[in-house]
Design a protein. Structure first.
Length: 220
């Protein structure tokens, strides 16, 4: 039997926490292991409960979700964080993703979509709300020209790694990339692992941001 995905909820709004609690407790495959109403308490809670996924609000008192995410992903590299917020602007999206969030959803996202995002993050994937994706594309592309630079020798990608990044920019999953390249999913994951190591980034989202800034791909 597959183990339940252990989740904590971090949000300063009690109604939001209550709604998410109902969704999680009524869904198969999840275990709610705690709740916090600010980023500082979230860090303490993660240390105590060792969850798999954190559903993290962005704007909170005492410590916001960006700083909490930054600290948590540094201390717990395997932890997956899905941002949930009312605000969908570059000012919060880019810092949150750069801090290490594995997804970013607006709070009016359907419960099923939120649970799917938690599952996918746990499996190493990522999910962005359509509004978030549009804002991210606009932000990254508007700054791509000024950020474009030559790759260092240790940052250069092989032909196959560049192919992975190009397909990733088309929104493909690992399985779809594997099918397009006629390789296994394990091979795709291996390529992605080498890319993240070369570029010093944490996940697929940051690979996309870096690739766009380097002028290697264009997000569509």
């Amino acid at each position: 039997m597959t183990e339940a995905i252990r989740v904590i909820i971090v949000d300063d709004e009690s109604l939001v926490r209550a709604a998410l609690r109902v969704f999680l407790e009524s869904a198969d495959g999840f275990e709610l292991v705690g709740e916090a109403d600010n980023g500082a308490d979230a860090i303490t809670l993660v240390r105590a409960t060792q969850p798999d996924v954190v559903l993290m609000d962005v704007q909170m008192p005492i410590m916001d979700g960006i700083e909490a995410t930054q600290r948590l992903t540094r201390e717990f590299p395997g932890l997956k964080i899905v941002a949930l917020t009312t605000f969908c602007t570059e000012r919060v999206i880019v810092p949150m993703l750069s801090a290490g969030a594995s997804g970013f959803l607006v709070k009016d996202t359907s419960p099923d979509r939120i649970l799917d995002a938690a599952r996918l993050a746990h499996e190493g994937g990522y999910v962005l709300s359509p509004r978030v994706a549009k804002e991210l594309v606009t932000s990254v592309q508007s700054g791509a020209a000024s950020a474009t630079r030559e790759l260092g020798r240790d940052e250069e990608l092989t032909e196959r790694e560049l192919e992975v990044v190009t397909l990733l920019a088309q929104g493909m999953s690992n399985a779809e990339i594997a099918a397009a390249m006629y390789v296994s999913e394990a091979t795709v994951k291996s390529h992605l692992g080498r890319i993240t190591a070369k570029w010093g980034v944490r996940d697929r989202i940051q690979v996309l941001i870096r690739a766009t800034q380097l002028g290697l791909v264009t997000l569509v």
